[in-house]
Ligand binder design. Structure first.
Ligand code: DX5
Ligand code: ZN
Length: 216
């Protein structure tokens, strides 16, 4: 399982140091892009993505919580992101968007809110590289993990196995060490950590890194 710290919870006064922390204890940089329309918060955009790309060679994972994501995909790719997830909820041409991302050589994912049924994904699962399951309502870091997400994740793992598919499963929102251990057992491949990563003690990051996962 991989660790994907979300820099939404990082200290932007010291972003370079925060990215070094991700390099030390994480595998992927998770970028939460919010537009104040799809979610009730605005985060950051291209200048920060560009700066982060210049700071690290780790894979960049852009989680687009924005209206009309298809308009911006090429620019995210030009800025060097390696994974892009778009939400199913506001996307009426999801197959087209997913295929567009994939043809540019970037991993394509579908993100799904806590209130959205997994059965809305049936027809798209075979085309995606990963699914991002939100375990809080998107918009802010530091929220509490929604317990019913566990059942939903188990269902996705079952569907994946039954269909014989290879997409990765990423879980995002309210995670900590204990929840992540559970998710690992269930078969989750990527855990996003905001507050737990950036507002924690270094020794706990060692524990997260060394006891749950072995780097590479
Ligand atoms: C929420 C974001 C998450 C969030 C994670 O909209 O997608 O990535 O920042 O932060 P924590 O782990 O603090 O919930
Ligand atoms: Zn996210």
């Amino acid at each position: 399982m991989k660790i994907a710290p979300s820099i939404l919870a990082a200290n932007f006064k010291n972003l370079q140091e925060e990215i070094k922390l991700v390099e030390e204890f994480g595998d992927i940089v998770h970028l939460d892009i919010m537009d104040g329309h799809f979610v009730p918060n605005i985060s950051f955009g291209f200048p920060i993505v560009k700066a982060v790309r210049e700071m690290t060679n780790l894979p960049l994972d852009a989680h687009l919580m924005i209206e009309n994501p298809e308009k911006y995909i090429e620019r995210f790719i030009d800025f060097g992101v390696n994974m892009i997830s778009v939400h199913i909820e506001n996307n009426y041409h999801i197959n087209k968007v997913i295929n567009n991302i994939k043809t540019k050589g970037v991993l394509a994912g579908i993100a799904i809110n806590p209130g959205t049924s997994i059965y809305s994904l049936d027809s798209i699962l075979k085309d995606i590289d990963f699914i991002l399951i939100m375990s809080v309502n998107p918009g802010f870091s530091g929220q509490k993990f929604i317990e019913s997400s566990i059942e939903k994740i188990k269902k996705i793992v079952n569907i994946k196995n039954e269909m014989g598919l290879n997409f990765e499963i990423e879980v995002d929102g309210g995670l900590n060490y204990e929840i992540a251990l559970k998710l690992k057992e269930i078969g989750v491949n990527i855990c996003v950590f905001g507050d737990y990563f950036f507002k924690n003690k270094r020794e706990n990051l060692y524990i997260l890194r060394n006891l749950i996962w072995k780097k590479n």
